[in-house]
Write a protein that binds this ligand. Sequence first.
Ligand code: NAD
Length: 312
Amino acid sequence: MRRILVTGARGQIGVELTLALRKRYGAARVVASDLAEAQPLDDLYERLDCMQADAVADLMRRRDIDVVYHLAALLSAVAEDRPQAAWSVNMSGLYNVLEAARRFGCQVFFPSSIAAFGPSTPRRGTPQITIQRPTTIYGVTKVAGELLCDYYATRFGVDARGLRLPGLVSSAAPPGGGTTDYAVEMFRAAALRKRYSCFLAAETRLDMMYMPDATRAIMELMEAKPERLRFRNAYNVTGMSVTPREIAAEICKHAPTFAVDYRIDPLRQAIADSWPQSLDANAAREDWGFAPRFDLAAMTRDMLVRLGAATD
Ligand code: NAD
């Protein structure tokens, strides 16, 4: 039986994507992997450092992997703090996965990001094809990753596909050091009836998406007929374009005493100011039917219920 491998499976996306993949394709078909040691008797998880090329290839051969969801990476704020490590993890990890995919004939999912754009990109209605000159090391690895995946697709026929994901909001695993983490932190604070100090300015507008829409979009892209894909790496997708003030106001409809103050972190504010405010996701809609189900109101209701906050 050929299997699916998820790298970085203990992260914000990996926890929920692994569950969604197991539900869709059967638990036994999905091998989760990350840096943490395996628990005894857990046959569906393996420790894997994606920077170890031999270990990546060995696992993919042993487990007869035919699809890889390559999520292991360092995120934007962590990457800016440790740029050398970010280049190594994000680039050599992806290269090792693509090389093994080439050898074993695997399909590969690569998560790009709104960070693949930069200050010279049109910020509103950011087109599918546009200027990509990011000014963060994270963004540089995402553009390079998109190009490397496209190269493996055209040069070696590797079925590599990707999405430019916006900031993701989710309730299961905490976010891993990105610039849009404030949104998740805001919901968690509201659920605990705590005040929240936001590290981005109140009017900072960025694209966001709720995790159930993201995991569904990832699986739908991977199932799409290849001849329908005008692009591979990577499709713009988004669920909403929102500011911290708008999210706080929506939370206040359910938790009227929730309060936010703004203590700006210059590093993350500078990153956010270099990113688009609203992506044009028409190519994804036209080519493979991308259609998010959650807007800000629906996401807020669902997040607060999942986090156990009382809602009216
Ligand atoms: P995360 O930081 O929550 O999780 C990343 C996981 O990768 C962690 O569990 C970490 O232990 C693991 N990891 C780190 N180095 C590794 C290595 N050398 N080998 C194996 N595993 C390693 O990140 P996430 O939010 O789940 O993001 C997953 C992917 O999606 C990343 O490529 C990220 O750039 C991309 N993405 C995320 C978002 C978002 O908002 N979460 C948005 C756009 C793109």
